[in-house]
Ligand binder design. Sequence first.
Ligand SMILES: [Zn+2]
Ligand SMILES: [Zn+2]
Ligand SMILES: [Zn+2]
Ligand SMILES: [Zn+2]
Length: 223
Amino acid sequence: MGKQQSMGKCNLCGEIVGRAAMTRHLAACCQPEASGLLRVSKQRPPAPSFHLAIEGRNSGAYWMHVALPLTAPLSKLDDFLRDTWLECCGHLSAFEIGAKRYASEPTDEEMSMGARLSEVLEVGMKFFYEYDYGSTTALVLKVVALLEQGMPKGAVELLARNEAPQVSCQRCSIQPATRICTECAWNGKGWLCEACAVAHECGDDMCLPVVNSPRVGVCGYTG
Ligand SMILES: [Zn+2]
Ligand SMILES: [Zn+2]
Ligand SMILES: [Zn+2]
Ligand SMILES: [Zn+2]
């Protein structure tokens, strides 16, 4: 993948911002008075939320910022990550927070994902997540801030997300890659345009569509 600056879109104001600048941008954009989306209801003040920054552990070009109510269980974050980025065929998943593991199907040594965010996280903490213990997609998460006036109750809010990286076909170097070979992807290769996918030595049927996710080209993930 190229060295292009990774850009992303702020969902609160629509601005396109570089990866490194997004955290600071959101700190300003998440002020209740700065955004209509976060307008405070007088009857029912929204529950406080954590602002999380999430990225691929080995693929920093894929990143997002999310707000989740402190009362939400880890399973809610798991569901969100699956829906947005990862779900292909119902694999197991787990969070690693400090010395503890919170798993979708816990073993005797693991905890359940029923734990609430407020019980296991605090601002400044870094933690990890993996989806699928075989062809694992690993994520790094950071608790960026506490949003006192968070999102409407219970809701998970996508604050910002990277724009799809532009990768050119590794065979012809001309066309943009729209397909990825699941065999070659193991070695960071196999990005192909339509024409080159048809001619690819592993076979056209090994190719998946290129999608904007750290799980691109893995297992059966098609977005
Ligand atoms: Zn913004
Ligand atoms: Zn799968
Ligand atoms: Zn090509
Ligand atoms: Zn291949």
